[in-house]
Design a protein around this ligand. Structure first.
Ligand SMILES: Nc1ncnc2c1ncn2[C@@H]1O[C@H](COP(=O)(O)OP(=O)(O)OP(=O)(O)O)[C@@H](O)[C@H]1O
Length: 772
């Protein structure tokens, strides 16, 4: 080694030793804080007894320390990953959470990546260094520093600055070329400038992030959630953040990201989870789902509810206290008109209907028992009539008859009955064609599909919930609690003269002087210690502080209505790509989605760099994109993989050929993941065939993505990625759906390294570049 190389080497070692010492200090502090939290938690767990209020407070404190501990455990890996040096300031270390020393008087030991002070780590470049002279990435394994990547941004220090279009090039490329694991990783160490803009955009308003495949939309959406929870903590921990993803497999794929960023206040859900009490996972004909997603369903649902408000053909007779009462058609019609005119939801308007009918019936009773035998005015007084109405209301036979005409309904019952009956559909959906109605019709009691959920939610609005019984029960409970408290206070009062006989009057404050019975009762009330996200999951009417929608292009107009209801503040981040829309009810323009809710008042940002797909693969995808819409630009790949995509036409039976190709590609992928993307129509044949030959493969519904080989349809692969992708029979993928080209575009943009195509029929024209 030359002497200059030697001195560089030893300077490097010194650097590593210094940084390791700093890291050791940070971990020491983390351990201290962890011990403190652990001690407090143990202390709380040992406490017992006390008032219910004291117990509730203890629960809340226990949850607080449990969460703190979970947060500190989750940042154990990669606690600190960066350092900034400045011309006129002390170095700043950047990490997953902020850390201060004990007296908190000096600068933080570690700056949270979300704090404004960390921002230059993501934005500074050689052209606009913003006072930063050097950005350093610290590569760690556990608590050990294993490497340092420096970018010198100050030309005076001999900096070359690296590429202008990326920050932290070495760290970024190492993240991008690492093997996939089947779980998305956070990108906190290498967020790029255009992504940082989105992540830190202010909370209010609708922000739409349009970006091609691999531009980091999902990653950005998740980091934005973490940023918002950090910056608007007080507001958002009370109201929670919702992240809506396309399916359960995808949610599992992203499930590790927020915990690794030490965030727990987020509800991750799919559309199928958005109606509490229903887990809508069944699969249906995409055309049926598309139809259910259209706003035309509003009229159908309204008519379905109206159809449940019936009248007798002529009249019905019920026996009331031994005498027949006639419920005439005309009486019901009038009552129904008044109830409908009240514009209350069905279950609440029911009270109006019942009141009207009972009024009419009470006149019948009055006619019978109060008629003046001499032909004068009816002898019953208003008080008698009121009593008659009360009796009628409580008459079980009459109640049963009225429940026929205006039943109390649940959304599940109305929708289940509607979709399970051709007659009901014909009556409620006269504008649909017979074919469309047949598409909607299904077996009674069939499982719910995701497209049913917005319909259930809409019906919940149309039906309303008659919660008067609940309100009465709550009032009764509170009354009982106050009575109990009064009893307790009386006992205290009663014993006062005995306990304090010698004390001078007025000198002692007694229980009744400082607390009245109702305040005392409140102290006994249970405190709900669930997090806002946990409560939101069980409450249909929960209003989220912020809603983030991923793969947003797939949502139908009916699904958007549901989401807008959950977010009246319209504080939303919507990420998607209109070129990847596969769902028939999805959108191809953002304008169409937001116009009805916020007119033009939404902000659009575009992400333009593709971090996933190497340039060679993206060249293939670009041809598909231009066939979808020639005006759309593919995102620019940030790197090349050095592997040329290939296609292989086979003539033997496809299943056998597939097994051979999978074995070859899996060997090439090594420790990485291979995704086999097949047309939906071939899944049932190819899945079992592959499994029989390669038992370690994951196939079928919601496959485990951590397997090295995963076979799925393109729809299921939405939002996912693999090191290597094998697309099977692309012509079928295109032919399978009116949005087939978009599906193919999704398929060919899932690979981080290798793309291969296996086919027996001609390739679609858009893949001509793959012909040998
Ligand atoms: N700044 C970054 N640093 C490191 N990795 C990144 C960065 N940005 C994106 N990536 C990685 O690129 C890949 C693609 O990101 P992501 O899945 O978020 O893209 P997307 O825009 O949602 O793609 P698609 O629309 O195709 O689903 C992921 O592996 C992600 O971790």
């Amino acid at each position: 080694m030359s002497s200059s190389a030697e001195s560089l080497h030893s300077a490097r070692n010194d650097d590593i030793a210094r940084e390791q010492a700093y890291l050791d200090g940070l971990y020491h502090r983390l351990d201290q804080l962890r011990e403190q939290a652990d001690r407090r938690l143990r202390g709380i767990l040992l406490e017992s007894g006390g008032t219910p209020q004291g117990r509730s407070q203890r629960d809340a404190t226990r949850i607080h320390y449990t969460e703190q501990l979970a947060q500190m455990n989750s940042v154990e890996n990669g606690l600190c990953f960066g350092r900034l040096d400045f011309t006129a300031d002390n170095p700043r270390y950047i990490g997953r959470i902020g850390l201060f020393d004990e007296d908190r008087e000096r600068d933080p030991l570690l700056v949270d990546w979300r704090a404004p002070a960390a921002r230059p780590f993501y934005l500074a470049t050689a052209v606009s260094p913003d006072g930063v002279t050097r950005r350093r990435h610290l590569r760690t394994r556990g608590r050990d520093l294993v490497g340092i990547d420096d970018e010198v941004l100050d030309p005076a220090l001999g900096g070359v600055g690296g590429r202008e279009d990326v920050t932290g090039e070495a760290a970024l490329l190492s993240a991008l070329t690492a093997n996939r694991t089947g779980r998305m990783r956070d990108i906190v160490e290498t967020i790029q400038a255009e992504q940082d803009e989105v992540i830190r955009s202010p909370l209010p308003g609708v922000l739409v992030v349009q970006g091609g495949p691999g531009t980091g939309k999902t990653a950005v959406a998740l980091h934005r959630a973490a940023y918002l929870l950090y910056t608007y903590r007080a507001q958002l921990t009370r109201s929670a953040v919702l992240i809506l993803g396309p399916n359960a497999t995808f949610l599992r794929y992203i499930s590790q990201v927020l915990p690794s960023l030490a965030e727990t206040g987020v509800l991750l859900a799919t559309l199928g989870d958005m109606y509490p009490g229903v887990r809508a996972r069944a699969v249906e004909d995409p055309a049926a789902a598309a139809l259910k997603g259209q706003l035309g369903m509003l009229d159908v649902l309204a008519a379905a509810v109206a159809d449940r408000q019936t009248v007798p053909h002529d009249y019905v007779e019920v026996d009331h206290e031994g005498f027949p009462l006639r419920i005439e058609r005309s009486v019901c019609e009038d009552a129904r008109a008044v109830a409908r005119a009240s514009e209350r939801p069905h279950n609440l308007a029911r009270a109006v209907f019942v009141t009207e009918v009972i009024h009419a019936l009470s006149l019948q009773v009055a006619e019978r028992i109060g008629a003046d035998p001499l032909g004068g005015e009816n002898l019953l007084e208003e008080a008698d009539l009121a009593e008659t109405r009360r009796e009628l209301r409580e008459d079980p036979e009459l109640q049963a008859a009225l429940a026929e005409f205006w039943p109390v309904l649940t959304p599940q019952r109305v929708l289940g009955d509607l979709l399970g009956s051709a007659d009901r559909l014909a009556s409620a959906a006269p504008r649909l064609t017979g074919e469309e109605r047949a598409l909607l019709c299904r077996e009674r009691g069939a499982d719910w599909t995701p497209a049913d959920v917005p319909l259930l939610d809409e019906l919940a609005e149309l039906l309303g919930e008659d919660d008067s019984a609940k309100v009465r029960a709550a009032a009764r409970e509170r009354r009982e609690a106050i009575e109990y408290a009064e009893g307790v206070l009386e006992i205290v009062e009663g014993s006062r003269s005995l306990d304090f006989e010698d004390e001078g009057e007025g000198e002692i404050l007694h229980a009744v002087d400082v607390v009245d019975a109702s305040a005392f009762a409140d102290r006994y009330a249970e405190v709900d210690t669930r997090t806002a996200a946990e409560r939101a999951a069980t409450d249909r009417t929960w209003m989220f502080g912020h809603v983030i929608v991923d793969e947003a292009q797939e949502l139908s107009p009916m699904a958007w209505r549901l989401l807008m209801r959950r977010c009246p503040s319209r504080s939303m981040t919507v990420v998607g790509d209109v070129a990847q829309t596969g769902d028939l009810a999805g959108t191809t323009t953002w304008d169409q989605v937001f116009e009805p809710y916020v007119a033009q008042r939404w902000r659009l940002t575009e992400l333009t760099v593709n971090y996933r797909t190497p340039a060679e693969v993206m060249a293939v995808a670009a041809d598909v994109l231009s066939a979808i819409d020639p005006s759309l630009q593919p995102p620019r790949s940030v790197r090349e993989a050095g592997v040329v995509p290939w296609a292989s036409r086979v003539s033997g039976p496809l299943a056998g050929e597939l097994v051979a190709a999978v074995r070859r590609e899996a060997a090439e992928a090594g420790e990485g993941r291979l995704g086999v993307l097949v047309p939906a129509a071939l899944e049932a044949e190819l899945g079992p065939a592959l499994l029989a030959a390669v038992p370690e493969a994951a196939v079928g519904e919601q496959p485990d993505l951590r397997n090295h080989i995963v076979l799925m349809t393109v729809r299921e692969a939405k939002g996912l990625e693999f090191d290597s992708v094998l697309v099977v029979e692309p012509d079928d993928i295109v032919a399978e759906s009116p949005r087939g080209l978009s599906d193919l575009y999704v398929a060919v943009t899932r690979a981080t390294r290798r793309l291969a195509v296996l086919h027996t029929r001609d390739l679609p024209k858009v893949l001509a570049s793959l012909e040998p």
